[in-house]
Design a protein around this ligand. Structure first.
Ligand SMILES: [Zn+2]
Length: 260
């Protein structure tokens, strides 16, 4: 059975406040921790080509939103030897600004998004403050155009992208939130993305503050635990521990780690 290699790449970070601010009700373990979130994307190296998962945000959006930005997400891919212009499959876990902003360099890719996510961001409720502030209109416009060009694969539920790489609709964080299971030599890894921003969300069953549907967020935790072979193969969306727990790529310490 073919297995794949899985990497996380960091392109930005924010250090402010305390970790407690990211939870609906912070667990005791986070009480005194300084706030720190990393912004990352992931790449799955397969026999069928590289699959990118999410596409971060650009330097321009970083400036406007006051986020320290180290490199374009597509540049981070290049550091690992991945040429974005040749990537054929890009999975977008959801459409918040920090996950789908740097799409232009993927000149030949198809983009995998849940149909429920595309529908939500063009629905009337998307204009309301707590939703609207988390997206960039230009990102959504670009996806509408790509869809009309036949380059958006709108998934309903679960779908295999290449053998051993499958997206799973979980909802909770956003209506069309999807996670990605990846067959690796260590077992099945799950890219949880913002279904669990931090490891503490899933390990302590402590939902995030950013939630559209709380019952579904809990169910997403269950689904991720079912899918992953080992708790150590659950990869959170924004936890800086990712860059401490896994092996750094030679010459790219603090930027790229190999998860499996
Ligand atoms: Zn998000």
């Amino acid at each position: 059975m073919t297995v794949h290699q899985l990497y996380a790449l960091k392109f930005a970070e924010v250090r402010q406040g305390s970790m407690a601010q990211y939870f609906l009700n912070p667990p005791a373990s986070c009480a005194d921790q300084a706030g720190h979130m990393d912004f990352m994307l992931w790449v799955i190296r397969t026999a069928w080509g590289d699959v990118a998962v999410d596409a971060g945000f650009t330097a321009e959006v970083a400036r406007r939103r006051g986020r320290p930005h180290f490199r374009a997400p597509s540049e981070a891919l290049r550091l690992l030897g991945v040429d974005p212009s040749t990537v054929r499959h890009v999975i977008l876990t959801h459409l918040h600004f920090d996950h789908c902003g740097d799409l232009a360099p993927f000149q030949t890719a198809d983009f995998y998004v849940q149909a429920a996510e595309m529908a939500f961001w063009t629905s009337p409720i998307a204009a309301r403050g707590e939703f609207r502030r988390l997206v960039e209109p230009e990102d959504l416009q670009r996806l509408v155009r790509l869809n009309l060009d036949g380059r958006v694969v709108q998934v309903v539920g679960d779908r295999e992208v290449v053998p051993g790489v499958t997206v799973h609709h979980v909802g909770g964080h956003t209506p069309g939130m999807q996670v990605v299971s990846v067959r690796t030599e260590r077992g099945t890894a799950v890219l949880a993305s913002d279904a669990s921003h931090l490891l503490a969300h899933i390990h302590e069953d402590a939902p995030a503050k950013f939630v559209t549907d709380l019952p579904r967020m809990y169910q997403a935790f269950d689904r991720i635990r079912e899918l992953a072979s080992d708790p150590d193969l659950i990869v959170p969306g924004h936890d800086a521990q990712v860059f401490e727990r896994y092996e750094p790529v030679d010459g790219l310490t603090g930027i790229a780690v190999r998860i499996a």
